[in-house]
Write a protein that binds this ligand. Structure first.
Ligand code: G6P
Ligand code: MG
Length: 227
């Protein structure tokens, strides 16, 4: 692992790291899966984390053996429907959806002059950050519509470092999705996984939830890694 002292930037995933919104994504996909007659499962929900809108729909269809059942046009309609459901779940969301410890963590990073960027696959991330009142921390963002590949490809996290003006080795990436951790690792950044260590075992550092996500804990974990 690189040295803690060499870290200058933090690249954040949004859904499931900063806010509780992955639950809303899941609910909206579950609703659509029911409509499409595809059985929902915890595994499917886990595999959808971090995956872009169209790729998510394709994964759901494939899981149900319906990958050839619809035209591109029909699929566009279903994806739009999911998004409408998702947006209606977001309607009353506010700062109370920020996951525990995240507000303090962002403040600490700012006070210590770290640069922050956002590496979310969600086209709704500008809206979500506004509603949470956290947009000011993330002036630097990767625009997912400009990407060629989704997570686990390194593109999004590599760009997350680039928009900060830092090399990947100078950055820590934070993710709750397995494909997200893979993207961070492939980009050459230090990965922090938030969630079940069995699922996120490829992360350099693992925290079971956001309350453990502190600068002191990251420093301690990286010091251990030096020996
Ligand atoms: C994130 C979430 C996924 C979501 C994707 C696209 O990666 O973890 O659950 O499908 O963004 O989000 P969007 O808001 O653009 O449909
Ligand atoms: Mg996520």
């Amino acid at each position: 692992m690189v040295k803690f002292e060499d870290i200058k930037g933090f690249v954040f995933d949004l859904d499931g790291v900063i806010a509780d919104t992955s639950v809303y994504h899941s609910k909206a996909w579950h609703q659509l899966a029911d409509e499409l007659g595809v059985a929902w499962s915890d595994d499917l929900a886990e595999n959808l984390k971090g995956v872009g809108r169209m790729d998510s729909l394709n994964l759901i269809l494939k899981t149900g053996g319906k990958e050839n059942a619809y035209t591109e046009e029909e699929k566009e309609k279903y994806a739009a429907k999911k998004n409408t459901n998702y947006l209606s779940l977001l309607k009353n969301m506010n700062a109370s959806a920020i996951l525990p410890g995240i507000s303090d963590f962002l403040k600490t990073l700012e006070e210590n002059d770290y640069r922050l960027s956002l590496a979310s696959a969600s086209k709704n991330s500008p809206l979500v950050l506004e509603q949470l009142g956290l947009a000011k921390y993330f002036e630097k963002r990767v625009d997912p519509t400009t990407l060629k590949h989704g997570k686990p490809d390194p593109e999004i996290f590599a760009r997350g470092a680039e928009v900060l003006g830092y090399k990947p080795e100078q950055c820590i990436g934070i993710e709750d999705a397995k494909v997200g951790v893979e993207s961070i690792n492939a980009a050459g950044e230090t990965s922090v996984g938030i969630g079940d260590p069995k699922i996120l075992h490829e992360a350099d550092i693992n925290f079971t939830d956001t309350t453990q996500l502190t600068l002191a804990n990251i420093k301690a974990a990286m010091k251990v890694g030096e020996h």
